[in-house]
Design a protein around this ligand. Structure first.
Ligand code: ADP
Ligand code: ASP
Ligand code: MG
Length: 483
């Protein structure tokens, strides 16, 4: 079976949803389609939820009206009258539940993470109703299923972790019978189910992850991520004008790219595919005939396939005096980072200076002042005498490609390219992955670093392949124009 996932831009309006239906119909059954909310709707829902907490009644009403209008506009494209009436009734029920949830937040005067997830799930739920109705009105047997009955997670609202074994059982009960009956299953991305049955979300951009979780639960033969670019590109097209499509990439490389900020894949997307060896393809709904990118266990080796940057990080340094226990200091710092659920993006140790460096995603943890205080307290509690330093607005820039870390000359080339571009390097890390070289740079220099490295390491597309296929710049221009 095939799982196809369609992102927000791909289901942004009625015409786009019909285009998605055309793509689905071209795939063999059994098949499931995982959908995101229409582009912009998740942000509107979050804004409404936050406004409800601070008594922003007028803003809430305006946002909710905008969300309803987006969904009702798409509903007008449901060709069959009966299907349209049923879908509109289901949407009305969903929007009424949204009003109830927003009233709860208003009454409480605060937005709990649980209520935030319950509210934000509305976008994906609405889209699943709409796409299933559009498919049926085109003569394709289809059913929508909400993932808060299927994707089992813990209760970390906003960034929930899945329970893969339980998800498998639930998918067997809730999804497989529909596939066996020849129905196309339209499944909500992004959302899951906490142990108490409440709705969770998998983190922003999490629908990609939903697709591989569902694919792994159903032993899919392939997972396809349909988006607004023609595959994984050699850099973010918003940062670098002359990017190329990466045709083949390994699971390891794709994971590193996603981990270090390439928005095309949610950072955890690839994990469920790895254990079962499920191929993942990234394709464009705007250019559906393009081959896209194939992610598999092994992929053609090239030195550097893509360059990426992850922004808004903190660089935490711990200087440990000569006589102190380095391991105890490490344990105290890692313990505190773990307890506070701060993500460590990279860690290294320069033993000569007994300095440990951590690049940390501390979004929502109050910046350096609070993080420094927290680490100092943890070190003191462990009876370790160490000095804590912290720098804000740091970016990690990664050059990704199998073998880069193994080739010592790549690191020196990378440093000299950055030197020539006038980008200060705050830290480097060569060992922590076999497929990426990373450098920490000041956030304001990240784009310049990515441009310089892309220029130096990514070879232009060979002339022969350019004449056979549309130029990537034309392809991108087309995607952006249509999008
Ligand atoms: P969707 O709504 O389909 O999930 P996203 O907006 O989440 O789409 O992800 C696709 C976007 O990711 C692209 O439009 C592009 O701007 C951005 N992007 C960043 N880095 C890369 C990259 N290396 N390759 C492809 N796209 C990238
Ligand atoms: N709609 C969600 C978001 O905007 C999930 C997704 O798009 O993947 O984050
Ligand atoms: Mg996305």
């Amino acid at each position: 079976m095939i799982v196809m996932k369609f992102g927000g831009t791909s289901v942004g309006d009625a015409a786009r949803v019909h285009q998605v239906a055309t793509i689905i119909e071209a795939q063999p059954s059994p098949r499931a389609a995982v959908v995101s909310a229409a582009s912009g709707v998740t942000n509107m829902l979050l804004d409404a939820a936050r406004a409800a907490a601070v008594d922003g009644g007028e803003l809430v009403a305006r946002l909710v009206a905008g969300i309803r209008a987006r969904h009702h506009d798409i509903a007008t494209a449901i060709g069959d009258d009966q299907e349209r009436a049923t879908a509109v009734a289901a949407l009305d029920q969903l929007h009424a539940a949204l009003d109830d949830a927003l009233s709860d937040v208003d009454r409480a005067g605060e937005l709990s993470p649980c209520n935030a997830d319950r509210i934000v799930a509305t976008g994906e739920k609405a889209m699943s109703i709409l796409l299933a109705a559009i498919l049926r009105s085109r003569g394709v047997p289809a059913v929508h299923i909400w993932a808060d009955r299927v994707i089992a997670t813990d209760n970390r609202y906003g960034n929930a972790r899945p329970d893969r074994a339980l998800t498998r059982e639930l998918a067997d009960e809730e999804v497989r019978p529909h596939l066996d009956a020849g129905q196309t299953v339209v499944f909500t991305g992004f959302i899951g189910r906490a142990p108490d049955g409440s709705t969770t979300t998998l983190g922003r951009g999490g629908s990609d992850y939903s697709a591989t979780l569902l694919g792994a639960a159903l032993d899919a033969g392939e997972v396809q991520i349909w988006t607004d670019v023609p595959g994984v590109l050699s850099a973010d097209p918003q940062q670098v004008p002359d990017v190329r499509v990466v045709s083949g990439i390994s699971y390891d490389e794709a994971q590193e790219l996603a981990h270090f900020g390439a928005k095309v894949l949610h950072p955890r997307t690839i994990r469920p595919a790895v254990s079962l060896g499920i191929p993942v393809r990234i394709l464009s709904t705007f250019l559906p005939d393009e081959p896209g990118t194939l992610v598999t266990r092994d992929a053609p080796e090239e030195s550097v396939k893509a360059v990426t940057a992850l922004n808004n990080l903190l660089l935490l340094t711990i200087d440990v005096p000569e006589l102190e226990d380095l391991a105890a200091a490490s344990a105290a710092v890692f313990g505190a980072l773990h307890d506070d659920r701060m993500e460590v993006v990279a860690a290294s140790q320069a033993s000569s200076r007994r300095r440990m460096t951590y690049v940390v995603d501390a979004t929502g943890h109050g910046g350096c002042a609070r993080v420094k205080q927290r680490m100092a307290a943890a070190l003191e509690a462990a009876d370790v005498d160490a000095e804590v330093g912290c720098e804000e607005d740091v970016a990690l820039v990664a050059a990704v490609g199998a073998g880069v870390a193994a080739a010592p000359q790549t690191l020196s080339q990378l440093l000299s390219v950055l030197g020539r571009a006038g980008v200060p390097v705050l830290a480097t890390n060569q060992q922590h992955s076999n497929v990426a070289l990373t450098v920490a740079v000041p956030g304001r220099d990240a784009t310049r670093a990515v441009l310089a490295l892309h220029d130096a390491f990514i070879r232009p597309q060979p002339a022969s392949s350019r004449s056979r296929r549309p130029r990537r710049s034309d392809m991108l221009a087309e995607s952006l124009r249509v999008g």
